[in-house]
Design a protein around this ligand. Structure first.
Ligand code: PLP
Length: 392
């Protein structure tokens, strides 16, 4: 019998060490526990519960009927890129369609940018708690992810950044409104952050995927501030605001040199974002009234969840996105004990705060992207759980 090829390495060493050393996502672990269980109310995964608005679906259906199933240009459909350039003026950015790459979700965009910018030994500053993908993507490139703990306010500011002067970092990853904390920034706060960015000579990856879901006025993009246009790569997409997660459409707005690098990788690894999703995205940009409707409902839920949770826990009122991040350490349980206990005893799924970084220990994340009656039931069950199993 022919011997199986292992590239000359023992079987256990076939996977690259930098990949083997990555930790699996803490969100996925909890997601897998609840798959196929109808009895569980899941506040676990950050996925909108609204269907894709009908007129967006219709455009995609027509496009399939017409047989539009080919590749598009690598950078995306011209009409979509023009639409995005115009749309982003609402967040203060004047971008040319030539600066925009349509990607397979923000996930691809962040990966492209990190691979374009990070060489082995380069450092990235990442405020924590944060979305799960930034740190692993930096590490896969051989970079050093330096995390900046932001508890208890979850806000980054000038002084905090300046403490990392000696780190000589190349990039800062910023996400606001933030997953998992819901924190967002005013123009004044962003101006302070921009001062530190200038002093530390950083390139900022600004993940603005929840920009539309801002409850305290209009989102301001960091790239809109004076002098920042050449230092910021903006990421946004259609997954959250337009409820289009599975259609995989996002985009980046990047300065020319970074754009050119990202495009090279995108050409080799993705070719283009899916055409059906891109056609839906063109219609989505004409359907902002649908976003207004969904935002109003998320805001109603946010107000309800904050009211109910603040009767039991310490909680900061989220200013955007659809997550609440209460402090549960008063129950005497760790984040994992709490999340596992709540799932086993009360059939409610949440994500332990430490899935978003070590400083998230003592917190849990709840996604309130579920129907109001389910949310009410979940709040009742959480209260019961704490009364029955928490430290009195
Ligand atoms: N960025 C943040 C902050 C997120 O919360 C998510 C998804 O939860 C993503 C990016 C991924 O978005 P996409 O579906 O566009 O890849």
């Amino acid at each position: 019998m022919k011997k199986k090829k292992t590239g000359g390495l023992p079987l256990s060493r076939r996977v690259a060490r930098r990949v083997e050393e990555l930790k699996p996502s803490g969100i996925r672990r909890f997601f897998d526990l609840v798959v196929g269980r109808d009895d569980v109310i899941s506040l676990g995964v950050g996925e909108p519960d609204f269907p894709v608005p009908w007129r967006i679906r219709e455009e995609m259906i027509y496009s399939l009927e017409k047989g539009y199933t080919s590749y598009t240009s690598n950078i995306g459909l011209p009409e979509l890129r023009e639409g995005i350039a115009e749309y982003y003026t609402r967040f203060g950015v004047t971008a040319m369609p030539e600066q925009i790459i349509v990607t397979a979700g923000v996930s691809e965009g962040v990966d492209l940018a990190i691979r374009t910018l990070i060489e082995p030994g380069d450092a990235a500053l990442i405020p924590e708690p944060c979305y799960v993908s930034y740190k692993p993507l930096v590490e896969i490139c051989g970079g050093e992810a330096i995390t900046i703990p932001t508890v208890p306010d979850f806000r980054l500011n000038y002084d905090m950044l300046m403490e990392y002067k000696e780190a000589n970092a190349k990039i800062l990853v910023l996400n606001y409104p933030a997953n998992p904390t819901g924190v967002s920034y005013s123009k004044k706060e962003l101006e302070e952050i921009a001062d530190a960015v200038n002093e530390l000579d950083l390139i900022v990856l600004s993940d603005e995927i929840y920009a539309e879901l801002t409850y305290t006025g209009r989102h301001v993009s960091l790239a809109a501030l004076n002098g920042m246009e050449d230092k910021v790569v903006v990421f946004n997409g259609f997954s959250k605001a337009f409820s289009m997660t599975g259609l995989r459409v996002g985009y980046v707005i990047a300065p020319p040199d970074i754009f050119a690098g990202m495009l090279k990788i995108h050409q080799y690894c993705m070719l283009c974002a899916p055409i059906t999703g891109q056609i839906g995205a063109i219609e989505a940009l004409k359907s902002l009234d649908e976003v207004d409707r969904m935002r109003a409902e998320y805001m109603r839920r946010r107000n309800f969840v904050v009211k109910r949770l603040s009767e039991i826990f310490e909680i900061k009122k989220p200013e955007g996105a659809f997550y609440a991040f209460p402090k549960i350490s008063s129950t005497g349980m760790s984040s994992e004990e709490f999340a596992e206990g709540l799932l086993m005893k009360k059939n409610v799924a949440v994500v332990p705060g430490n899935a978003f970084g070590e400083c998230g220990e003592g917190y849990i994340r709840l996604a309130y992207a579920v129907k109001f009656d389910k949310l009410k039931e979940a709040m009742d069950r959480i209260k019961e759980f704490v009364e029955e199993y928490g430290k009195s």
